[in-house]
Design a protein. Structure first.
Length: 135
């Protein structure tokens, strides 16, 4: 299974960088085994407000999340995600929210997390891929 970070979903709906928008849209549409992390859905709804000046409104943002829920498995956090995030914070240089996403991925048995925010390629067996980075 695969998951995407909030920034990937934002790029899908942000026309200001057509190259990243194309890569993100192609990635999201190709993930038939995707996992929508609860935290990512919440962060997306909050962050998408920055797209309002570009004509992207709250109704579209909520519909986008509902559309993803129809094709991806939704992973809801448990209390063990908090415990695992605390452990990750101690061992890695991650923000609190990034540690929560990694912990949620590990709990949901996600193999690959797509994001542009991390400086790691693997954390405890979770592959981390920046889809915008040219190899």
């Amino acid at each position: 299974m695969n998951a995407v970070d909030t920034n990937i979903l934002i790029y899908v709906n942000d026309p200001r960088d057509p190259a990243k928008q194309g890569i993100a849209a192609s990635l999201v549409s190709s993930l038939t085994d995707g996992v929508l992390l609860w935290q990512v859905a919440c962060e997306y709804l909050a962050a998408s407000r920055k797209l309002e000046p570009l004509g992207y409104d709250k109704v579209q943002a909520w519909q986008y999340i509902r559309d993803l829920q129809q094709v991806w498995h939704t992973a809801l956090p448990t209390w063990s995600v908090l415990n695992q995030a605390e452990d990750l914070l101690k061992r890695f240089s991650l923000s609190y929210w990034d540690a929560m996403i990694v912990a949620a991925c590990l709990e949901a048995n996600v193999q690959t997390l797509y994001t542009e925010d991390f400086g790691y390629s693997n954390i405890d067996g979770l592959g981390i891929v920046n889809p915008f980075k040219v190899p």
